[in-house]
Design a protein around this ligand. Structure first.
Ligand code: FSX
Ligand code: SF4
Ligand code: SF4
Length: 318
Protein backbone atom coordinates (compact mmCIF):
# COMPACT_ATOMS: atom_id res chain seq x y z
CA UNK A 1 0.00 0.00 0.00
CA UNK A 2 3.09 2.23 -0.21
CA UNK A 3 1.84 4.39 -3.11
CA UNK A 4 -1.40 5.12 -1.32
CA UNK A 5 0.44 6.30 1.81
CA UNK A 6 1.58 9.26 -0.27
CA UNK A 7 -1.85 10.77 0.02
CA UNK A 8 -1.39 11.39 3.68
CA UNK A 9 1.79 13.36 3.29
CA UNK A 10 4.58 11.12 2.18
CA UNK A 11 6.60 8.37 3.81
CA UNK A 12 5.67 6.98 7.18
CA UNK A 13 7.55 8.98 9.77
CA UNK A 14 9.40 7.31 12.59
CA UNK A 15 7.81 8.17 15.92
CA UNK A 16 9.28 7.88 19.38
CA UNK A 17 7.75 4.57 20.42
CA UNK A 18 7.73 1.14 18.87
CA UNK A 19 4.47 -0.18 17.50
CA UNK A 20 4.27 -2.71 20.30
CA UNK A 21 4.86 -0.09 23.02
CA UNK A 22 2.29 2.12 21.38
CA UNK A 23 -0.26 -0.64 21.25
CA UNK A 24 0.23 -1.20 24.97
CA UNK A 25 -0.43 2.49 25.66
CA UNK A 26 -3.34 2.46 23.30
CA UNK A 27 -4.94 -0.60 24.76
CA UNK A 28 -4.45 0.88 28.22
CA UNK A 29 -6.34 3.98 27.17
CA UNK A 30 -9.21 2.21 25.55
CA UNK A 31 -9.22 -0.68 28.00
CA UNK A 32 -11.21 1.06 30.73
CA UNK A 33 -14.13 0.86 28.40
CA UNK A 34 -14.42 -2.85 27.99
CA UNK A 35 -11.62 -3.89 25.66
CA UNK A 36 -10.06 -6.17 28.21
CA UNK A 37 -8.99 -8.49 25.41
CA UNK A 38 -6.80 -5.80 23.90
CA UNK A 39 -3.67 -6.86 25.77
CA UNK A 40 -4.04 -10.21 24.13
CA UNK A 41 -1.12 -10.78 21.70
CA UNK A 42 -3.66 -12.05 19.16
CA UNK A 43 -5.27 -8.62 19.19
CA UNK A 44 -1.95 -6.86 18.60
CA UNK A 45 -1.12 -9.13 15.70
CA UNK A 46 -4.63 -8.70 14.22
CA UNK A 47 -4.25 -4.93 14.35
CA UNK A 48 -0.85 -5.11 12.67
CA UNK A 49 -2.28 -7.30 9.93
CA UNK A 50 -5.33 -5.08 9.43
CA UNK A 51 -3.05 -2.11 8.87
CA UNK A 52 -1.80 -3.81 5.71
CA UNK A 53 -5.06 -5.24 4.44
CA UNK A 54 -7.91 -3.06 5.62
CA UNK A 55 -7.82 0.58 4.47
CA UNK A 56 -10.17 3.20 5.81
CA UNK A 57 -11.69 5.76 3.43
CA UNK A 58 -13.15 8.84 5.14
CA UNK A 59 -15.61 11.04 3.24
CA UNK A 60 -17.35 14.19 4.42
CA UNK A 61 -20.84 15.47 3.74
CA UNK A 62 -22.91 17.99 5.67
CA UNK A 63 -21.05 18.50 8.92
CA UNK A 64 -18.82 21.07 10.53
CA UNK A 65 -15.72 18.82 10.44
CA UNK A 66 -15.95 18.86 14.24
CA UNK A 67 -15.72 15.08 14.30
CA UNK A 68 -12.45 15.20 12.32
CA UNK A 69 -11.15 17.89 14.65
CA UNK A 70 -12.16 15.75 17.61
CA UNK A 71 -10.24 12.78 16.19
CA UNK A 72 -7.21 15.00 15.58
CA UNK A 73 -7.33 15.87 19.29
CA UNK A 74 -6.65 12.27 20.20
CA UNK A 75 -3.82 12.68 22.70
CA UNK A 76 -3.31 9.23 24.15
CA UNK A 77 -2.68 7.58 21.72
CA UNK A 78 -1.47 10.58 19.72
CA UNK A 79 -3.13 11.20 16.39
CA UNK A 80 0.22 10.51 14.66
CA UNK A 81 0.31 7.06 16.20
CA UNK A 82 -3.35 6.44 15.39
CA UNK A 83 -2.75 7.25 11.74
CA UNK A 84 0.51 5.33 11.44
CA UNK A 85 -0.18 2.35 13.65
CA UNK A 86 -3.91 1.74 14.00
CA UNK A 87 -5.74 3.08 10.97
CA UNK A 88 -4.56 2.87 7.40
CA UNK A 89 -6.39 6.05 6.42
CA UNK A 90 -6.21 6.34 2.63
CA UNK A 91 -8.57 9.24 2.01
CA UNK A 92 -9.57 12.16 4.22
CA UNK A 93 -10.52 15.50 2.63
CA UNK A 94 -9.26 17.62 5.54
CA UNK A 95 -5.87 16.10 6.26
CA UNK A 96 -4.63 14.42 3.08
CA UNK A 97 -1.98 16.14 1.02
CA UNK A 98 -3.53 15.23 -2.34
CA UNK A 99 -6.46 17.17 -3.77
CA UNK A 100 -8.71 17.48 -6.80
CA UNK A 101 -9.10 14.68 -9.33
CA UNK A 102 -5.92 12.91 -8.20
CA UNK A 103 -7.35 12.42 -4.73
CA UNK A 104 -10.78 11.37 -5.97
CA UNK A 105 -9.31 8.91 -8.48
CA UNK A 106 -7.32 7.36 -5.65
CA UNK A 107 -10.45 7.09 -3.51
CA UNK A 108 -12.19 5.02 -6.16
CA UNK A 109 -9.03 3.06 -7.00
CA UNK A 110 -8.52 1.98 -3.37
CA UNK A 111 -12.24 1.16 -3.05
CA UNK A 112 -12.03 -1.08 -6.11
CA UNK A 113 -8.79 -2.74 -5.04
CA UNK A 114 -10.06 -3.51 -1.52
CA UNK A 115 -13.68 -4.14 -2.46
CA UNK A 116 -15.56 -5.85 0.36
CA UNK A 117 -12.66 -5.22 2.76
CA UNK A 118 -12.24 -1.49 3.28
CA UNK A 119 -14.19 0.50 5.86
CA UNK A 120 -15.99 3.59 4.70
CA UNK A 121 -16.20 6.38 7.26
CA UNK A 122 -18.97 8.88 6.62
CA UNK A 123 -18.81 12.19 8.49
CA UNK A 124 -21.74 14.58 8.11
CA UNK A 125 -25.23 13.99 6.76
CA UNK A 126 -26.09 13.25 3.14
CA UNK A 127 -28.22 15.94 1.47
CA UNK A 128 -30.69 14.17 -0.80
CA UNK A 129 -32.70 17.16 -2.06
CA UNK A 130 -31.93 18.85 -5.41
CA UNK A 131 -30.30 15.65 -6.72
CA UNK A 132 -27.63 15.94 -4.06
CA UNK A 133 -26.32 19.26 -5.36
CA UNK A 134 -26.09 20.74 -1.86
CA UNK A 135 -22.85 18.83 -1.31
CA UNK A 136 -20.28 18.21 -4.02
CA UNK A 137 -17.30 16.06 -3.03
CA UNK A 138 -15.20 16.79 -6.13
CA UNK A 139 -15.10 16.45 -9.90
CA UNK A 140 -14.12 13.61 -12.18
CA UNK A 141 -13.91 14.16 -15.95
CA UNK A 142 -15.68 17.52 -15.53
CA UNK A 143 -18.60 15.83 -13.78
CA UNK A 144 -19.57 16.89 -10.26
CA UNK A 145 -19.55 14.00 -7.80
CA UNK A 146 -22.11 14.61 -5.08
CA UNK A 147 -22.09 13.13 -1.58
CA UNK A 148 -25.13 11.11 -2.69
CA UNK A 149 -23.09 9.70 -5.62
CA UNK A 150 -20.18 8.81 -3.35
CA UNK A 151 -22.21 7.01 -0.70
CA UNK A 152 -24.30 5.22 -3.34
CA UNK A 153 -21.16 4.05 -5.09
CA UNK A 154 -18.82 3.32 -2.17
CA UNK A 155 -21.42 2.10 0.37
CA UNK A 156 -22.14 -1.23 -1.36
CA UNK A 157 -18.41 -1.82 -2.06
CA UNK A 158 -17.34 -1.33 1.57
CA UNK A 159 -17.00 -4.19 4.04
CA UNK A 160 -18.44 -1.96 6.75
CA UNK A 161 -19.47 1.64 7.24
CA UNK A 162 -18.84 3.84 10.24
CA UNK A 163 -21.18 6.80 10.54
CA UNK A 164 -19.12 9.23 12.61
CA UNK A 165 -20.96 11.97 14.46
CA UNK A 166 -24.66 12.53 14.98
CA UNK A 167 -25.10 14.07 11.50
CA UNK A 168 -23.89 10.93 9.72
CA UNK A 169 -25.67 8.66 12.20
CA UNK A 170 -29.11 10.24 12.35
CA UNK A 171 -29.08 13.49 10.34
CA UNK A 172 -28.15 15.68 13.33
CA UNK A 173 -28.00 19.44 12.99
CA UNK A 174 -28.40 19.54 9.16
CA UNK A 175 -31.62 17.49 9.54
CA UNK A 176 -33.05 19.71 12.29
CA UNK A 177 -36.33 21.56 11.88
CA UNK A 178 -36.16 23.70 8.75
CA UNK A 179 -34.03 21.15 6.88
CA UNK A 180 -34.32 22.14 3.22
CA UNK A 181 -31.46 20.01 1.94
CA UNK A 182 -33.00 16.61 2.62
CA UNK A 183 -30.18 15.88 5.10
CA UNK A 184 -30.23 12.15 5.88
CA UNK A 185 -28.15 9.82 8.05
CA UNK A 186 -26.35 6.80 6.58
CA UNK A 187 -28.69 4.07 7.89
CA UNK A 188 -31.77 5.81 6.51
CA UNK A 189 -29.96 6.47 3.22
CA UNK A 190 -29.04 2.77 2.96
CA UNK A 191 -32.66 1.78 3.58
CA UNK A 192 -33.81 4.03 0.73
CA UNK A 193 -31.29 2.53 -1.71
CA UNK A 194 -31.43 -1.04 -0.39
CA UNK A 195 -27.72 -1.05 0.53
CA UNK A 196 -26.97 -3.94 2.88
CA UNK A 197 -23.47 -3.09 4.13
CA UNK A 198 -23.38 -3.14 7.96
CA UNK A 199 -23.32 0.30 9.58
CA UNK A 200 -21.91 1.25 12.98
CA UNK A 201 -23.15 4.57 14.33
CA UNK A 202 -20.70 6.54 16.44
CA UNK A 203 -22.74 9.63 17.26
CA UNK A 204 -21.83 12.69 19.27
CA UNK A 205 -21.68 16.27 18.13
CA UNK A 206 -18.79 15.80 17.90
CA UNK A 207 -17.94 12.16 18.48
CA UNK A 208 -15.33 11.46 21.18
CA UNK A 209 -11.88 10.50 19.78
CA UNK A 210 -11.84 7.32 21.93
CA UNK A 211 -15.23 6.28 20.53
CA UNK A 212 -13.88 6.70 16.99
CA UNK A 213 -10.50 5.03 17.49
CA UNK A 214 -11.90 2.32 19.76
CA UNK A 215 -14.70 1.43 17.34
CA UNK A 216 -12.36 1.30 14.36
CA UNK A 217 -9.85 -0.83 16.28
CA UNK A 218 -12.66 -3.19 17.30
CA UNK A 219 -13.90 -3.41 13.75
CA UNK A 220 -10.44 -4.14 12.38
CA UNK A 221 -9.60 -6.85 14.86
CA UNK A 222 -12.80 -8.41 16.11
CA UNK A 223 -15.45 -7.31 13.65
CA UNK A 224 -18.59 -5.29 14.28
CA UNK A 225 -19.02 -4.50 17.98
CA UNK A 226 -22.27 -5.26 19.78
CA UNK A 227 -24.75 -2.52 18.88
CA UNK A 228 -27.75 -1.07 20.70
CA UNK A 229 -31.16 -0.38 19.14
CA UNK A 230 -29.81 2.84 17.65
CA UNK A 231 -26.88 1.10 15.97
CA UNK A 232 -24.28 2.35 18.50
CA UNK A 233 -21.52 0.26 20.13
CA UNK A 234 -22.78 -0.80 23.56
CA UNK A 235 -19.24 -0.51 24.98
CA UNK A 236 -19.45 3.28 24.59
CA UNK A 237 -23.18 4.02 24.53
CA UNK A 238 -24.62 1.37 26.84
CA UNK A 239 -24.87 3.45 30.01
CA UNK A 240 -27.28 6.17 31.01
CA UNK A 241 -25.64 9.52 31.84
CA UNK A 242 -28.09 10.38 34.63
CA UNK A 243 -27.84 7.01 36.40
CA UNK A 244 -24.08 7.40 36.60
CA UNK A 245 -23.81 11.15 37.09
CA UNK A 246 -21.89 12.46 40.14
CA UNK A 247 -24.95 14.68 40.86
CA UNK A 248 -27.51 11.87 40.94
CA UNK A 249 -27.62 11.76 44.75
CA UNK A 250 -28.33 15.49 44.77
CA UNK A 251 -31.09 14.86 42.24
CA UNK A 252 -32.57 12.18 44.52
CA UNK A 253 -32.41 14.63 47.44
CA UNK A 254 -34.06 17.38 45.38
CA UNK A 255 -30.97 19.56 45.60
CA UNK A 256 -30.99 21.53 42.33
CA UNK A 257 -28.38 23.92 40.92
CA UNK A 258 -29.94 27.29 40.08
CA UNK A 259 -27.16 28.78 38.01
CA UNK A 260 -24.28 27.44 35.90
CA UNK A 261 -21.68 28.59 38.41
CA UNK A 262 -23.22 26.48 41.20
CA UNK A 263 -20.75 23.69 41.92
CA UNK A 264 -23.24 21.55 43.79
CA UNK A 265 -26.71 20.43 42.84
CA UNK A 266 -28.27 18.47 40.01
CA UNK A 267 -28.38 20.52 36.80
CA UNK A 268 -31.75 19.38 35.55
CA UNK A 269 -33.42 22.76 36.09
CA UNK A 270 -30.67 24.28 33.94
CA UNK A 271 -31.73 22.01 31.07
CA UNK A 272 -29.70 18.83 31.59
CA UNK A 273 -30.88 16.01 29.28
CA UNK A 274 -28.77 13.34 31.03
CA UNK A 275 -31.80 11.17 31.91
CA UNK A 276 -32.56 10.65 28.20
CA UNK A 277 -28.96 10.18 27.08
CA UNK A 278 -26.77 7.08 26.78
CA UNK A 279 -22.99 7.56 26.62
CA UNK A 280 -19.98 7.11 28.87
CA UNK A 281 -18.96 10.80 29.02
CA UNK A 282 -19.42 10.81 32.80
CA UNK A 283 -16.38 8.54 33.20
CA UNK A 284 -14.44 9.11 29.97
CA UNK A 285 -14.73 12.90 30.06
CA UNK A 286 -13.46 15.19 27.30
CA UNK A 287 -10.37 17.24 26.51
CA UNK A 288 -8.08 14.36 27.52
CA UNK A 289 -10.08 13.58 30.63
CA UNK A 290 -10.15 17.19 31.83
CA UNK A 291 -13.90 17.83 32.14
CA UNK A 292 -17.28 17.10 30.61
CA UNK A 293 -20.43 18.97 29.70
CA UNK A 294 -22.18 18.52 33.05
CA UNK A 295 -19.19 20.06 34.89
CA UNK A 296 -19.55 23.36 33.08
CA UNK A 297 -23.02 23.40 31.58
CA UNK A 298 -25.47 20.54 30.98
CA UNK A 299 -25.73 17.42 28.86
CA UNK A 300 -27.62 18.37 25.70
CA UNK A 301 -28.14 14.79 24.57
CA UNK A 302 -25.86 15.14 21.56
CA UNK A 303 -25.56 11.38 20.95
CA UNK A 304 -29.29 10.70 20.66
CA UNK A 305 -31.17 10.17 17.38
CA UNK A 306 -33.51 13.13 17.97
CA UNK A 307 -30.70 15.64 18.51
CA UNK A 308 -30.92 18.64 18.32
CA UNK A 309 -34.70 19.10 18.05
CA UNK A 310 -35.54 16.59 20.81
CA UNK A 311 -33.28 18.35 23.33
CA UNK A 312 -34.08 21.94 22.35
CA UNK A 313 -34.12 24.41 23.96
CA UNK A 314 -30.85 23.23 25.43
CA UNK A 315 -30.92 25.35 28.58
CA UNK A 316 -34.49 24.76 29.67
CA UNK A 317 -35.77 21.76 31.59
CA UNK A 318 -37.16 18.97 29.37
FE1 FSX B 1 -22.12 16.87 12.77
FE2 FSX B 1 -19.43 16.08 12.59
FE3 FSX B 1 -21.76 17.83 14.94
FE4 FSX B 1 -19.99 18.77 13.52
O1 FSX B 1 -18.71 16.49 11.13
S1 FSX B 1 -21.88 15.67 14.49
S2 FSX B 1 -22.19 19.09 13.11
S3 FSX B 1 -19.73 18.36 15.63
O2 FSX B 1 -18.63 17.63 12.99
O3 FSX B 1 -20.99 16.13 11.56
FE1 SF4 C 1 -29.02 13.70 35.94
FE2 SF4 C 1 -28.09 15.88 34.70
FE3 SF4 C 1 -28.80 15.97 37.27
FE4 SF4 C 1 -26.61 14.66 36.50
S1 SF4 C 1 -26.94 16.87 36.36
S2 SF4 C 1 -28.13 13.96 37.97
S3 SF4 C 1 -27.28 13.82 34.52
S4 SF4 C 1 -30.14 15.57 35.50
FE1 SF4 D 1 -23.02 14.83 24.38
FE2 SF4 D 1 -24.16 14.77 26.79
FE3 SF4 D 1 -21.83 13.52 26.37
FE4 SF4 D 1 -21.96 16.17 26.42
S1 SF4 D 1 -22.37 14.82 28.14
S2 SF4 D 1 -20.84 14.92 24.92
S3 SF4 D 1 -23.95 16.57 25.46
S4 SF4 D 1 -23.80 13.01 25.42
Amino acid sequence: MKDEKMLLGGQQKKTGVSRRTFLKTFTGTVAGIGFSQMFNPAFVSALEKALETHPVLWIQGQGCSGCSVSLLNSVDPSIADVLLKVISLQYHPTIMAAEGETALENLYRVAQKYKGKFSLVVEGAIPMAAEGKYCIGGELNHKEITMVDMVKDLGPKAGSVLAIGTCASYGGIPAAKGNVTGATGVMDFFKIYGIKTPVVNIPGCPSHPDWIVGSIAHLLTKGIPELDDNGRPVIFFGENIHDNCPHVEQYDAGNMAEKFTDVNGCRMDLGCKGPDTYADCYKRKWNSGMNWCVDNAVCIGCVEPGFPDASSPFYEPA
